[in-house]
Design a protein around this ligand. Structure first.
Ligand code: SF4
Length: 343
């Protein structure tokens, strides 16, 4: 049987080449993109401005490539976690986080991750493969709240700068006039810092950046092995070359581990490290994962840490925990799923 061409993730030019090759007018490409991204219509039969004959032809030759989540967990606080099963039976996750007028979707960029961060469940899986742009876009378009989303964060499974071609291609679909037509300011890429990928992202994208710091000094390499190749101090120097004062926002993510990075001297070292940068710091509670000798800092220490940063003129907030009852930390659900399918 002839395999169908999947259209999700194709650029307008790629799509035009396809439809023209199938004997259809070039503008059919534009019509299809409008139905997919503007109207969230994923059946050729419903694309009413395309001729009936061409709709039937499309249905035999192509598929949109929408692949909805196979499992949804809903938290008492409204957070929803989705599990997607990919064509090769691997799984990735996305998390929907409603918060007053915002509705954020946290999406994955890789199956597993090669960065091996000590505190992370996805890191324990190692890198299995990169996601294609279509698989990234699918997470955004196929979730139940797709039409209500206000923000996208590339903060799920994987290190986005380690799969930057596909990540940038998916971002293009989110921000381009032919795609979702969102402002780049509604999109944030989160990274531990991979030198080449980060530089390219800063040059080629206008979206926000969230850097996972988690320690202001040499101990960072014990928590985030990628720090050995690209130490935090070098990364901060690179960031100083870019303007974060207007359109683009820079934030530092700082998971607080008891007795590791939660002292007042750590707060001072952090303030010193990022001094002069237009940025904010998000302090994050750590949710223990099995087999990892780390625990969350106390509320008292987190508050003291935040206040110390604020006194130094750095905007720092303690992020509210969301979806704790549904394994909302990245990689938890797919790791559980992997374990179950292996049993
Ligand atoms: Fe990879 Fe991010 Fe997990 Fe580190 S925290 S292992 S970069 S997914």
């Amino acid at each position: 049987m002839q395999t169908k061409e999947e259209l999700l993730g194709k650029t307008p030019d790629e799509l035009k080449t396809l439809v023209v090759g199938w004997g259809m007018p070039a503008f059919t490409a534009r019509q299809i993109l409008k139905w997919i991204y503007e109207k969230h219509v994923f059946r050729f039969a419903d694309m009413s401005d395309i001729s009936k004959a061409n709709r039937e032809k499309l249905a035999t030759l192509a598929a949109i490539g929408i692949n909805p989540p196979v499992e949804t967990l809903t938290s008492a606080d409204g957070t929803e976690k989705y599990l997607f099963r990919l064509d090769d039976a691997r799984t990735v996750e996305a998390v929907y986080i409603p918060d007053k007028e915002r509705a954020t979707l946290c999406i994955s960029s890789q199956v597993g991750c090669r960065m091996g961060c000590l505190f992370c469940m996805t890191g324990k899986q190692g890198l299995q493969r990169n996601l294609a742009a279509a698989e990234i876009i699918n997470q955004i378009l196929s979730v139940p709240h797709s039409m209500e989303l206000t923000n996208i964060v590339y903060m799920g499974m994987g290190e986005p700068t380690d799969n930057l071609d596909e990540v940038l291609k998916s971002m293009e679909a989110v921000t381009a006039p032919w795609g979702l037509s969102w402002s780049p300011k509604r999109v944030t890429l989160s990274t531990v810092g991979v030198r080449k990928g980060l530089k390219r992202f800063l040059q080629e994208s206008k979206s926000h950046l969230a850097v996972s710091l988690h320690s202001p000094d040499m101990r960072r390499a014990e928590i985030i092995p990628a720090d050995r190749a690209f130490p935090a101090a070098d990364m901060i120097n690179m960031l100083r070359e870019y303007d974060f004062s207007h359109q683009r926002r820079l934030s530092f993510e700082y998971i607080m581990f008891a007795g590791v990075n939660d002292s007042l001297s750590d707060a001072e070292a952090l303030a010193h490290l990022i001094k002069g940068l237009d940025c904010r710091v998000n302090l994050i509670r750590y949710h223990a994962i099995p087999g990892v000798p780390l625990s969350c800092a106390s509320e008292k220490d987190m508050t003291m840490f935040r206040d110390a940063l604020n006194r130094k003129g750095i905007t720092a907030t303690i992020r509210a925990s969301r979806g704790e009852d549904i394994f909302a930390a990245c990689g938890m659900l797919s790791s559980r799923h992997k374990k179950h399918t292996a049993e």
